[in-house]
Design a protein around this ligand. Structure first.
Ligand code: AMP
Length: 396
């Protein structure tokens, strides 16, 4: 797939609407983590350097189509100015009089931030009238919010049908990384899917078996697969009613030649708490009063060997209850192995999804991965093979 980018667009003297994700955490009016703001800097600076006038479109929280003063974007202006090093002006509404006046008054070198797009009920309905009102403000549309691209909203999709639309730098980086991992990857490709439940990741597993060469299944969801193989997992978290579905996934994998890797040994405990007394047993030796909380060292060895045999890795979900030591051991060891291979230039590694980012950070491995997506829902939908409306519209 090819996306249009800022490089294909003449921006000199043009008003450029830029959809960004600056939905940052704020406590008592102060931004507590400015990561998302820092990440939009390259795009905004590029637009300024090309002589364009950036007008930022963004949502903040879930005001559900009403003006909720606590969800105003205005308090973010100082943080934006700090990150961008230029004057950032603000308009009290993202369309209509306030927005038009502010756009008209915008001087070259300045940036304008428009109020929360979700203050309008039309935003989440992708209302053509709202899309037209937004489009009327500018001449070019840039989408830099991959994390919001799984939603067809006015500011993420509707407006892109009206104005010439391109991907911003952050969107471009994300799409390149994702394309390298699943779209057009160097093979063999290995996917790691972990986490609590099979039921929340069915689409993901279904899509991956047909695309990857190796699928490592870990975490609570591996227990469901063990149950599907007739193994007693004691008091472990497992969705016993999903056993048939798990069997179908195993059969599909077998049919298409995707090797499935389940734990061969497991770490079991009687309590779900940090430091709980535990032992490592074979996968079919979980005592009836114990629960599986992590993959064991032999499983980790097998996973490491799969990583070594792979050229591309895509990872979502921890291999065990990573929040409570020592049940973070398998996740940590596997993450560190992937980081090491990536650092040595032997592996392209892409990971994403809420808990995964936390788990890889905790393992001290995130820095060395080729790409870590913080896009949560959009990343998962992409891994599920779904078309993201905000991305699709940039390819036309
Ligand atoms: P998810 O949000 O589906 O990626 O699931 C992540 C959660 O799964 C984390 O909170 C882990 O603690 C939990 N988890 C992983 N493995 C296990 C396990 N064997 N038993 C219970 N919870 C687990």
């Amino acid at each position: 797939m090819a996306w249009k980018t800022l490089d294909q667009m003449d921006l000199a003297g043009k008003v450029v609407l830029v959809r960004v994700d600056i939905n940052v955490p704020v406590e008592n009016g102060v931004v507590t983590d400015a990561t998302r703001i820092v990440k939009i800097v390259p795009t905004v600076k590029d637009i300024l350097a090309k002589g364009g006038k950036p007008v930022l479109l963004a949502h903040f929280g879930r005001p559900k189509g009403k003006v909720v003063p606590e969800m105003s974007l205005k308090p973010l202006v100082p943080e934006l100015e700090k990150a961008l090093g230029v004057t950032v002006k603000f308009a009290d509404d993202c369309i209509g009089g306030p927005a038009k006046t502010a756009v008209a008054a915008l001087e070259p070198g300045e940036v304008l931030l428009l109020e929360n797009t979700r203050f309008h009920a039309g935003e989440e309905k992708n209302d053509p009238e709202l899309s037209a009102a937004l489009a009327a403000l500018g001449e070019v549309y840039v989408n830099d919010a991959f994390s919001a691209a799984h939603r067809a909203h006015s500011s993420t999709e509707g407006v892109a049908h009206i104005l010439p639309a391109v991907a911003g730098r952050l969107m471009e980086a994300e799409l390149k990384a994702l394309e390298a991992a699943l779209g057009n990857p160097v093979r063999p490709v290995c996917a790691v899917v972990g986490g609590a439940k099979v039921s929340t990741k069915l689409d993901l597993l279904g899509n991956l078996v047909s695309k990857v060469d190796h699928l490592v299944i870990g975490g609570g969801m591996a227990n469901t697969f063990l149950v599907a193989q007739g193994i007693d997992v004691g008091k472990s978290l497992a969705e016993r009613e999903m056993a048939e579905t798990a069997r179908e996934i195993l059969e599909k994998a077998h049919a298409v030649g995707c090797a499935i890797h389940l734990p061969v040994d497991v770490v079991v405990a009687r309590e779900f708490k940090a430091g709980a007394e535990n032992e490592t047993v074979a996968k079919d030796d979980c005592p009836s009063d114990a629960m599986i909380l992590d993959a064991g060292p032999k499983s980790v060895e097998e996973i490491a060997a799969v990583f070594e045999a792979s050229k591309t890795l895509i990872w979502n979900g921890p291999l065990g209850a990573f929040e409570i030591a020592p049940f973070d051991a398998a996740t940590n060891a596997a993450a560190q192995k992937a980081a090491e291979l990536t650092k040595d230039g032997k592996l392209v590694s892409v990971a994403g999804g809420g808990d995964t980012v936390a788990a890889l950070n905790k393992a001290g491995a995130a820095e060395d991965f080729s790409y870590i997506s913080t896009a949560g829902g959009a990343f998962l939908e992409w891994m599920e093979g779904k078309e993201l409306p905000g991305v699709a519209v940039l390819t036309k």
